[in-house]
Write a protein that binds this ligand. Sequence first.
Ligand code: ZN
Length: 281
Amino acid sequence: MDPAIKSRGVAGGAKMIELPNFIIVILGCLLSLAWGSFMGAAFFRIPLRFSTENTFVLSLWKGRSECPCCHHVLSVFDLVPIFSWIFLKGKCRYCHTKIGSSYFLIEFFALFVFLVSFYVLSLGYIAIFVSLITTTLLIMSLIDLKYYILPDELQLLLLILFVALCLTSDTPIDLLLNGFWGLLLGAGLLLLVRIVYLYWRGIEGIGLGDIKLVGIAGLYIGMQGIPFMLLIGSLSTLCIAIPYMLIQKKKDMKLMFPFGPGLALGFLVTFVLQYAKVLPL
Ligand SMILES: [Zn+2]
């Protein structure tokens, strides 16, 4: 393994702690798989809240995992990321109902993002954060595309990950201060756009979830990162929304199109480029 990897991946402004590579790899793989598994549950449980006919609502935080078909509570062996799905051939151990591959795919996705961030982008232990943040943003985007909601539970998880990022930094106070201004600028700008939209056109151009997401992203990327994030977010949203509107033949431009996935992409690209020292942090 390249010994230079260890010293790289340190952001310009913030000094990060150093860990031996093998510890980062073991920790990164385990955390990514566990987080992927948790996000698989989030992907299944959170949307249940939005369907009105569903009186039985699963909380993301409480309740054991169970088979959605036979409701058998799953044992530890049924919940080993990736391996359980492969060994049980994608079926429930108890009722043999086929289990969707989404759990497996989300776990695999988290692991893949970690390995690419660590080995290709040389982000050091920041690769673990990239994996966990990316997986959370993926689930948020999928839910936003379908339900036009960026769930608070997932926003809270991003906030908790930011606290963890500060705790593992050598300069937590700098990171916090930097983040504070980023939060103010990001959330402030989007709030302004929302107010202007409401007054001029009488519609909610920007959802409250979008404002929260940009605020939380501001914590990670600081004031400097916000313009770049919003640029990427707006461009990527337009690139998809305009062809979509043309296909749907909605020329009144009043079509609702979620901003969350674009913002998530902007956040992620900015965060990675900052820690790869392409953009200033
Ligand atoms: Zn079952």
